[in-house]
Design a protein. Sequence first.
Length: 448
Amino acid sequence: MLIHLKLEHFKIWNTTGPIRLAPLTLLLGTNSSGKSSLIQSLLLIRQTVKSDDPNLDLNLGNPDADDSVTLGQFKDLLCRHGASSESTSATQVGIEFRWSEQGLAEGSALFSARYNKGPAGSAELAFLRLGKDGQGFSVQRRKPGIYRLSLATQAKPLGQSADFRPERSFAFSASTLNKLGVKGEMIRSIGPALLEELGRIIYLGPVRRLAQRDYVWAGRMPAHIGDDGAKAVDALIASGVSCQLAKKRNQAMPAEGLLFAYAIYWLREMNLADDLSIRSLGNSSRYELLIENDGQASNLKDVGVGVSQVIPVIVAALFAQLGHIVIVEEPESHLHPLAQSKLAELFAQVSKERNVQFIVETHSEHLFRRMQTLIAKQQLTTNDAAMYFVEREGKAARMRPLELDDFGRVKNWPEGFFGDALGETREQTALSIKRAKELRARDGNVRG
Protein backbone atom coordinates (compact mmCIF):
# COMPACT_ATOMS: atom_id res chain seq x y z
CA MET A 1 0.00 0.00 0.00
CA LEU A 2 1.18 3.50 -0.80
CA ILE A 3 1.26 5.59 2.37
CA HIS A 4 3.01 8.84 1.41
CA LEU A 5 3.45 11.06 -1.64
CA LYS A 6 5.36 14.29 -2.16
CA LEU A 7 5.97 16.20 -5.39
CA GLU A 8 8.26 19.15 -6.01
CA HIS A 9 8.19 21.31 -9.15
CA PHE A 10 5.97 18.74 -10.87
CA LYS A 11 3.69 20.36 -13.46
CA ILE A 12 1.41 22.80 -11.59
CA TRP A 13 2.84 21.83 -8.19
CA ASN A 14 5.65 23.91 -6.70
CA THR A 15 5.34 21.50 -3.78
CA THR A 16 2.54 19.34 -2.47
CA GLY A 17 4.05 18.97 0.96
CA PRO A 18 3.81 15.47 2.47
CA ILE A 19 0.53 13.75 1.57
CA ARG A 20 -0.80 10.86 3.66
CA LEU A 21 -2.28 8.14 1.47
CA ALA A 22 -4.86 5.99 3.27
CA PRO A 23 -6.66 2.78 2.29
CA LEU A 24 -9.36 5.09 0.88
CA THR A 25 -8.01 8.39 -0.45
CA LEU A 26 -10.30 10.94 -2.12
CA LEU A 27 -8.96 13.79 -4.23
CA LEU A 28 -11.54 16.54 -4.65
CA GLY A 29 -11.28 20.01 -6.10
CA THR A 30 -11.93 22.40 -8.93
CA ASN A 31 -11.19 21.67 -12.58
CA SER A 32 -7.57 22.02 -13.73
CA SER A 33 -6.41 22.40 -10.14
CA GLY A 34 -3.75 19.67 -10.10
CA LYS A 35 -5.61 16.57 -8.90
CA SER A 36 -4.73 14.50 -11.96
CA SER A 37 -1.06 15.50 -11.70
CA LEU A 38 -0.87 13.68 -8.36
CA ILE A 39 -2.02 10.49 -10.05
CA GLN A 40 0.17 11.08 -13.10
CA SER A 41 3.32 11.14 -10.96
CA LEU A 42 2.70 7.57 -9.79
CA LEU A 43 1.79 6.36 -13.27
CA LEU A 44 4.93 8.03 -14.63
CA ILE A 45 7.20 6.06 -12.31
CA ARG A 46 5.20 2.88 -12.97
CA GLN A 47 5.64 3.13 -16.74
CA THR A 48 9.30 4.03 -16.29
CA VAL A 49 10.23 0.99 -14.21
CA LYS A 50 8.22 -1.26 -16.57
CA SER A 51 9.78 0.25 -19.69
CA ASP A 52 11.77 -1.88 -22.13
CA ASP A 53 14.42 0.84 -22.47
CA PRO A 54 16.97 0.70 -19.62
CA ASN A 55 18.47 4.03 -20.71
CA LEU A 56 15.33 6.03 -19.92
CA ASP A 57 15.55 7.71 -16.52
CA LEU A 58 11.94 8.83 -16.93
CA ASN A 59 9.64 7.40 -19.57
CA LEU A 60 7.64 10.54 -20.32
CA GLY A 61 5.33 8.58 -22.59
CA ASN A 62 4.67 7.90 -26.23
CA PRO A 63 1.11 8.32 -27.56
CA ASP A 64 1.78 5.50 -30.05
CA ALA A 65 3.00 3.08 -27.37
CA ASP A 66 -0.19 2.88 -25.30
CA ASP A 67 1.52 4.47 -22.29
CA SER A 68 -0.61 5.46 -19.30
CA VAL A 69 0.59 9.07 -19.39
CA THR A 70 2.22 11.16 -22.11
CA LEU A 71 3.79 14.25 -20.59
CA GLY A 72 5.84 15.65 -23.46
CA GLN A 73 9.37 16.76 -22.60
CA PHE A 74 11.09 17.68 -19.36
CA LYS A 75 10.21 21.34 -19.89
CA ASP A 76 6.52 20.35 -19.90
CA LEU A 77 7.01 18.46 -16.64
CA LEU A 78 8.85 21.21 -14.77
CA CYS A 79 6.79 23.70 -12.78
CA ARG A 80 7.41 27.13 -14.35
CA HIS A 81 6.86 29.09 -11.14
CA GLY A 82 8.81 26.85 -8.76
CA ALA A 83 11.24 28.11 -6.15
CA SER A 84 14.18 26.12 -4.85
CA SER A 85 13.61 24.11 -1.68
CA GLU A 86 16.07 22.62 0.77
CA SER A 87 16.35 19.41 -1.26
CA THR A 88 15.27 20.36 -4.79
CA SER A 89 16.45 23.23 -6.97
CA ALA A 90 14.00 25.23 -9.07
CA THR A 91 15.28 23.47 -12.21
CA GLN A 92 14.64 19.97 -10.85
CA VAL A 93 11.55 17.78 -10.57
CA GLY A 94 11.16 15.75 -7.38
CA ILE A 95 8.97 12.66 -6.92
CA GLU A 96 8.80 10.82 -3.61
CA PHE A 97 6.56 8.13 -2.21
CA ARG A 98 6.56 5.43 0.47
CA TRP A 99 4.93 2.02 0.48
CA SER A 100 4.31 -0.57 3.15
CA GLU A 101 2.61 -3.96 3.19
CA GLN A 102 1.02 -3.19 6.56
CA GLY A 103 0.25 0.45 5.78
CA LEU A 104 2.57 1.69 8.54
CA ALA A 105 5.43 4.18 8.29
CA GLU A 106 7.61 1.89 10.39
CA GLY A 107 9.30 -0.58 8.08
CA SER A 108 8.12 1.23 4.94
CA ALA A 109 10.23 1.60 1.80
CA LEU A 110 11.08 4.92 0.16
CA PHE A 111 11.41 6.02 -3.46
CA SER A 112 12.79 9.55 -3.63
CA ALA A 113 14.19 10.89 -6.89
CA ARG A 114 15.16 14.21 -8.41
CA TYR A 115 15.55 14.85 -12.11
CA ASN A 116 17.34 17.45 -14.23
CA LYS A 117 16.79 18.39 -17.84
CA GLY A 118 18.67 15.90 -20.00
CA PRO A 119 19.67 15.77 -23.68
CA ALA A 120 17.02 16.51 -26.32
CA GLY A 121 14.33 17.37 -23.79
CA SER A 122 14.65 14.15 -21.80
CA ALA A 123 14.80 13.81 -18.01
CA GLU A 124 18.07 12.83 -16.36
CA LEU A 125 18.33 11.31 -12.90
CA ALA A 126 20.17 13.61 -10.46
CA PHE A 127 19.52 11.76 -7.19
CA LEU A 128 17.82 8.57 -6.06
CA ARG A 129 17.19 7.09 -2.61
CA LEU A 130 15.52 3.69 -2.67
CA GLY A 131 14.75 1.12 0.02
CA LYS A 132 13.75 0.86 3.64
CA ASP A 133 15.18 3.18 6.27
CA GLY A 134 18.57 1.90 7.38
CA GLN A 135 18.74 -0.29 4.29
CA GLY A 136 18.75 0.35 0.56
CA PHE A 137 20.99 2.68 -1.37
CA SER A 138 21.34 6.17 -2.79
CA VAL A 139 23.03 7.47 -5.92
CA GLN A 140 23.97 11.00 -6.86
CA ARG A 141 25.03 12.30 -10.25
CA ARG A 142 28.57 13.68 -10.11
CA LYS A 143 29.07 14.51 -13.78
CA PRO A 144 27.50 13.36 -17.07
CA GLY A 145 26.97 9.60 -16.89
CA ILE A 146 28.87 9.22 -13.60
CA TYR A 147 27.10 8.46 -10.30
CA ARG A 148 28.27 8.04 -6.72
CA LEU A 149 26.79 5.02 -4.94
CA SER A 150 26.21 4.85 -1.18
CA LEU A 151 24.71 2.01 0.82
CA ALA A 152 22.62 2.84 3.87
CA THR A 153 24.56 0.24 5.83
CA GLN A 154 27.97 1.69 4.91
CA ALA A 155 29.50 4.84 6.39
CA LYS A 156 31.43 5.72 3.23
CA PRO A 157 30.33 5.78 -0.42
CA LEU A 158 31.40 2.81 -2.51
CA GLY A 159 32.77 5.15 -5.13
CA GLN A 160 31.61 6.66 -8.37
CA SER A 161 31.32 5.08 -11.78
CA ALA A 162 29.23 4.90 -14.94
CA ASP A 163 28.19 1.44 -13.67
CA PHE A 164 26.39 3.08 -10.75
CA ARG A 165 23.78 4.75 -12.95
CA PRO A 166 20.51 2.93 -12.15
CA GLU A 167 18.56 1.57 -15.08
CA ARG A 168 15.07 3.07 -15.41
CA SER A 169 15.61 4.98 -12.13
CA PHE A 170 15.33 1.96 -9.90
CA ALA A 171 17.73 -0.96 -10.38
CA PHE A 172 21.28 -1.85 -11.32
CA SER A 173 22.31 -4.20 -14.10
CA ALA A 174 23.13 -7.79 -13.19
CA SER A 175 26.77 -7.23 -14.14
CA THR A 176 27.06 -4.25 -11.77
CA LEU A 177 25.52 -6.20 -8.89
CA ASN A 178 27.86 -9.12 -9.58
CA LYS A 179 30.90 -6.81 -9.54
CA LEU A 180 29.81 -5.48 -6.14
CA GLY A 181 29.86 -9.01 -4.72
CA VAL A 182 28.44 -9.25 -1.19
CA LYS A 183 27.45 -5.57 -1.21
CA GLY A 184 25.55 -6.16 -4.44
CA GLU A 185 23.60 -8.99 -2.83
CA MET A 186 22.54 -6.60 -0.06
CA ILE A 187 20.67 -4.39 -2.56
CA ARG A 188 19.75 -6.88 -5.30
CA SER A 189 16.13 -7.29 -4.16
CA ILE A 190 15.39 -3.59 -3.62
CA GLY A 191 14.65 -2.65 -7.22
CA PRO A 192 12.41 -5.68 -7.86
CA ALA A 193 10.47 -4.84 -4.67
CA LEU A 194 9.57 -1.44 -6.17
CA LEU A 195 8.64 -3.08 -9.47
CA GLU A 196 6.37 -5.51 -7.63
CA GLU A 197 4.64 -2.73 -5.68
CA LEU A 198 3.98 -0.58 -8.75
CA GLY A 199 2.83 -3.71 -10.59
CA ARG A 200 -0.04 -3.87 -8.07
CA ILE A 201 -1.55 -0.67 -9.48
CA ILE A 202 -4.78 -0.95 -11.47
CA TYR A 203 -5.48 2.38 -13.14
CA LEU A 204 -8.76 3.41 -14.70
CA GLY A 205 -8.85 6.76 -16.45
CA PRO A 206 -11.74 9.24 -16.68
CA VAL A 207 -12.64 8.28 -20.27
CA ARG A 208 -13.66 4.63 -20.41
CA ARG A 209 -14.24 2.54 -23.53
CA LEU A 210 -17.79 2.87 -24.85
CA ALA A 211 -19.99 -0.21 -25.09
CA GLN A 212 -19.72 -2.54 -28.08
CA ARG A 213 -22.49 -4.70 -29.46
CA ASP A 214 -20.38 -7.82 -29.11
CA TYR A 215 -16.92 -8.75 -27.87
CA VAL A 216 -14.27 -11.16 -29.12
CA TRP A 217 -13.25 -13.24 -26.11
CA ALA A 218 -9.92 -15.11 -26.10
CA GLY A 219 -11.25 -17.90 -23.88
CA ARG A 220 -9.36 -16.90 -20.73
CA MET A 221 -9.56 -14.35 -17.94
CA PRO A 222 -7.57 -11.28 -19.09
CA ALA A 223 -4.45 -10.38 -17.11
CA HIS A 224 -5.54 -6.74 -16.85
CA ILE A 225 -8.54 -4.61 -17.84
CA GLY A 226 -6.65 -1.69 -19.43
CA ASP A 227 -6.43 1.97 -18.50
CA ASP A 228 -9.67 2.65 -20.38
CA GLY A 229 -11.44 -0.49 -19.13
CA ALA A 230 -11.32 -2.07 -22.60
CA LYS A 231 -10.96 -5.58 -21.14
CA ALA A 232 -13.49 -5.17 -18.31
CA VAL A 233 -16.27 -6.86 -20.27
CA ASP A 234 -13.83 -9.63 -21.28
CA ALA A 235 -13.31 -10.27 -17.56
CA LEU A 236 -17.08 -10.38 -17.05
CA ILE A 237 -17.49 -12.79 -19.97
CA ALA A 238 -14.78 -15.10 -18.60
CA SER A 239 -16.42 -15.04 -15.17
CA GLY A 240 -19.94 -15.37 -16.59
CA VAL A 241 -19.05 -18.36 -18.75
CA SER A 242 -17.49 -19.98 -15.68
CA CYS A 243 -20.78 -19.43 -13.80
CA GLN A 244 -22.84 -20.87 -16.65
CA LEU A 245 -20.70 -24.02 -16.89
CA ALA A 246 -20.90 -24.61 -13.12
CA LYS A 247 -24.68 -24.20 -13.19
CA LYS A 248 -25.02 -26.50 -16.18
CA ARG A 249 -22.96 -29.18 -14.43
CA ASN A 250 -24.77 -28.61 -11.12
CA GLN A 251 -21.48 -27.63 -9.46
CA ALA A 252 -20.67 -25.07 -6.78
CA MET A 253 -19.78 -21.54 -7.83
CA PRO A 254 -16.10 -21.50 -8.90
CA ALA A 255 -13.79 -18.74 -7.64
CA GLU A 256 -13.55 -17.26 -11.14
CA GLY A 257 -17.34 -16.88 -11.22
CA LEU A 258 -17.47 -14.63 -8.16
CA LEU A 259 -16.59 -11.51 -10.16
CA PHE A 260 -19.73 -11.95 -12.29
CA ALA A 261 -21.93 -12.64 -9.27
CA TYR A 262 -20.65 -9.63 -7.33
CA ALA A 263 -20.94 -7.38 -10.39
CA ILE A 264 -24.63 -8.28 -10.56
CA TYR A 265 -24.99 -7.49 -6.86
CA TRP A 266 -23.48 -4.01 -7.21
CA LEU A 267 -25.45 -3.17 -10.35
CA ARG A 268 -28.60 -4.04 -8.41
CA GLU A 269 -27.46 -1.93 -5.46
CA MET A 270 -26.92 0.99 -7.84
CA ASN A 271 -30.37 0.46 -9.38
CA LEU A 272 -28.79 0.04 -12.81
CA ALA A 273 -29.74 -3.56 -13.61
CA ASP A 274 -31.70 -6.48 -12.22
CA ASP A 275 -29.39 -9.06 -13.74
CA LEU A 276 -26.60 -9.75 -16.23
CA SER A 277 -26.24 -12.56 -18.75
CA ILE A 278 -23.72 -13.67 -21.35
CA ARG A 279 -24.74 -14.99 -24.76
CA SER A 280 -22.44 -16.54 -27.35
CA LEU A 281 -23.06 -15.68 -30.97
CA GLY A 282 -23.21 -18.97 -32.84
CA ASN A 283 -20.02 -21.03 -32.76
CA SER A 284 -17.78 -17.97 -32.94
CA SER A 285 -15.61 -16.42 -30.25
CA ARG A 286 -17.99 -13.45 -30.11
CA TYR A 287 -20.16 -12.81 -27.07
CA GLU A 288 -22.65 -10.17 -26.07
CA LEU A 289 -23.32 -8.83 -22.60
CA LEU A 290 -27.02 -8.46 -21.79
CA ILE A 291 -28.45 -6.12 -19.18
CA GLU A 292 -31.72 -7.32 -17.68
CA ASN A 293 -34.35 -4.96 -16.27
CA ASP A 294 -38.00 -5.74 -15.49
CA GLY A 295 -37.73 -9.13 -17.17
CA GLN A 296 -36.36 -7.73 -20.42
CA ALA A 297 -32.80 -8.28 -21.65
CA SER A 298 -31.05 -5.57 -23.67
CA ASN A 299 -27.64 -5.48 -25.28
CA LEU A 300 -25.14 -3.37 -23.33
CA LYS A 301 -24.94 -1.09 -26.37
CA ASP A 302 -28.65 -0.29 -26.08
CA VAL A 303 -28.79 0.81 -22.44
CA GLY A 304 -27.73 4.09 -20.86
CA VAL A 305 -24.08 5.08 -21.18
CA GLY A 306 -23.79 5.19 -17.39
CA VAL A 307 -23.93 1.39 -17.24
CA SER A 308 -21.08 0.92 -19.71
CA GLN A 309 -19.03 3.58 -17.90
CA VAL A 310 -19.48 2.11 -14.42
CA ILE A 311 -18.93 -1.54 -15.35
CA PRO A 312 -15.14 -1.02 -15.65
CA VAL A 313 -15.15 0.69 -12.23
CA ILE A 314 -17.00 -2.22 -10.62
CA VAL A 315 -14.82 -4.77 -12.39
CA ALA A 316 -11.61 -2.92 -11.41
CA ALA A 317 -12.62 -3.05 -7.75
CA LEU A 318 -13.62 -6.73 -7.90
CA PHE A 319 -10.70 -7.70 -10.16
CA ALA A 320 -8.16 -6.37 -7.64
CA GLN A 321 -6.32 -8.99 -5.62
CA LEU A 322 -5.06 -8.79 -2.06
CA GLY A 323 -2.81 -5.75 -1.66
CA HIS A 324 -3.61 -4.19 -5.03
CA ILE A 325 -3.92 -0.43 -5.52
CA VAL A 326 -6.87 0.80 -7.60
CA ILE A 327 -6.54 4.36 -8.93
CA VAL A 328 -9.73 5.69 -10.52
CA GLU A 329 -10.51 9.07 -12.05
CA GLU A 330 -14.12 10.27 -12.10
CA PRO A 331 -15.80 6.94 -11.29
CA GLU A 332 -19.14 8.76 -11.12
CA SER A 333 -19.21 9.61 -14.82
CA HIS A 334 -22.80 9.52 -16.23
CA LEU A 335 -24.25 8.03 -13.02
CA HIS A 336 -27.35 9.11 -11.13
CA PRO A 337 -26.96 10.19 -7.46
CA LEU A 338 -27.84 6.84 -5.83
CA ALA A 339 -25.30 4.98 -7.96
CA GLN A 340 -22.64 7.57 -7.11
CA SER A 341 -23.33 7.03 -3.41
CA LYS A 342 -23.08 3.28 -3.76
CA LEU A 343 -19.60 3.62 -5.26
CA ALA A 344 -18.40 4.72 -1.82
CA GLU A 345 -19.83 1.54 -0.31
CA LEU A 346 -18.20 -0.59 -3.02
CA PHE A 347 -14.78 0.94 -2.40
CA ALA A 348 -15.12 0.71 1.38
CA GLN A 349 -16.26 -2.91 1.35
CA VAL A 350 -13.57 -4.16 -1.04
CA SER A 351 -10.89 -2.20 0.81
CA LYS A 352 -11.87 -3.72 4.15
CA GLU A 353 -12.42 -7.28 2.98
CA ARG A 354 -9.48 -7.63 0.57
CA ASN A 355 -6.95 -5.04 1.76
CA VAL A 356 -7.25 -3.14 -1.54
CA GLN A 357 -6.26 0.52 -1.60
CA PHE A 358 -8.35 3.04 -3.55
CA ILE A 359 -7.10 6.42 -4.71
CA VAL A 360 -10.08 8.21 -6.24
CA GLU A 361 -10.23 11.54 -8.05
CA THR A 362 -13.83 12.72 -8.02
CA HIS A 363 -16.22 15.66 -8.29
CA SER A 364 -19.11 13.70 -6.81
CA GLU A 365 -20.80 15.19 -3.78
CA HIS A 366 -22.88 12.02 -3.40
CA LEU A 367 -19.82 9.75 -3.23
CA PHE A 368 -18.17 12.09 -0.75
CA ARG A 369 -21.27 12.43 1.45
CA ARG A 370 -21.72 8.65 1.60
CA MET A 371 -18.10 8.31 2.68
CA GLN A 372 -18.88 10.72 5.52
CA THR A 373 -21.88 8.58 6.46
CA LEU A 374 -19.77 5.42 6.53
CA ILE A 375 -17.45 7.13 9.01
CA ALA A 376 -20.43 8.26 11.11
CA LYS A 377 -21.72 4.64 11.10
CA GLN A 378 -18.25 3.49 12.25
CA GLN A 379 -17.92 1.32 9.17
CA LEU A 380 -14.82 3.39 8.41
CA THR A 381 -12.46 5.28 10.70
CA THR A 382 -10.65 8.53 10.03
CA ASN A 383 -7.49 6.42 9.72
CA ASP A 384 -9.08 4.43 6.90
CA ALA A 385 -9.85 7.53 4.87
CA ALA A 386 -7.86 10.56 3.72
CA MET A 387 -9.58 13.36 1.82
CA TYR A 388 -7.99 16.32 0.12
CA PHE A 389 -9.31 19.44 -1.54
CA VAL A 390 -7.10 20.75 -4.35
CA GLU A 391 -7.50 24.29 -5.64
CA ARG A 392 -5.68 26.90 -7.66
CA GLU A 393 -3.90 29.70 -5.84
CA GLY A 394 -2.75 32.00 -8.62
CA LYS A 395 -0.50 29.97 -10.90
CA ALA A 396 0.15 27.29 -8.29
CA ALA A 397 -1.85 24.41 -6.84
CA ARG A 398 -2.72 24.22 -3.19
CA MET A 399 -3.47 21.09 -1.19
CA ARG A 400 -5.90 21.25 1.73
CA PRO A 401 -6.28 18.11 3.89
CA LEU A 402 -9.91 17.89 4.97
CA GLU A 403 -10.20 17.43 8.73
CA LEU A 404 -12.90 14.90 9.60
CA ASP A 405 -14.15 14.07 13.06
CA ASP A 406 -15.48 10.67 14.15
CA PHE A 407 -18.94 11.61 12.85
CA GLY A 408 -17.64 12.28 9.34
CA ARG A 409 -18.07 16.05 9.69
CA VAL A 410 -15.53 18.24 7.92
CA LYS A 411 -14.12 20.98 10.12
CA ASN A 412 -12.47 23.00 7.35
CA TRP A 413 -14.70 22.50 4.30
CA PRO A 414 -13.96 24.95 1.44
CA GLU A 415 -16.85 27.35 1.04
CA GLY A 416 -19.12 26.73 -1.93
CA PHE A 417 -17.32 23.80 -3.57
CA PHE A 418 -20.43 21.63 -3.77
CA GLY A 419 -22.59 24.72 -4.13
CA ASP A 420 -24.50 26.43 -1.35
CA ALA A 421 -27.51 24.17 -0.77
CA LEU A 422 -28.64 26.08 2.32
CA GLY A 423 -28.21 29.40 0.52
CA GLU A 424 -30.21 28.12 -2.46
CA THR A 425 -33.02 27.02 -0.13
CA ARG A 426 -33.06 30.41 1.61
CA GLU A 427 -33.17 32.25 -1.72
CA GLN A 428 -35.97 30.01 -3.06
CA THR A 429 -37.98 30.56 0.14
CA ALA A 430 -37.49 34.34 0.01
CA LEU A 431 -38.50 34.45 -3.66
CA SER A 432 -41.59 32.30 -3.08
CA ILE A 433 -42.71 34.58 -0.22
CA LYS A 434 -42.10 37.65 -2.39
CA ARG A 435 -43.99 36.07 -5.29
CA ALA A 436 -46.91 35.12 -3.01
CA LYS A 437 -47.15 38.71 -1.76
CA GLU A 438 -47.13 40.03 -5.32
CA LEU A 439 -49.92 37.64 -6.32
CA ARG A 440 -52.03 38.59 -3.29
CA ALA A 441 -51.51 42.28 -4.00
CA ARG A 442 -52.46 41.80 -7.66
CA ASP A 443 -55.55 39.76 -6.77
CA GLY A 444 -56.57 42.39 -4.23
CA ASN A 445 -56.27 45.13 -6.85
CA VAL A 446 -58.37 43.14 -9.32
CA ARG A 447 -61.17 42.61 -6.79
CA GLY A 448 -61.07 46.24 -5.83
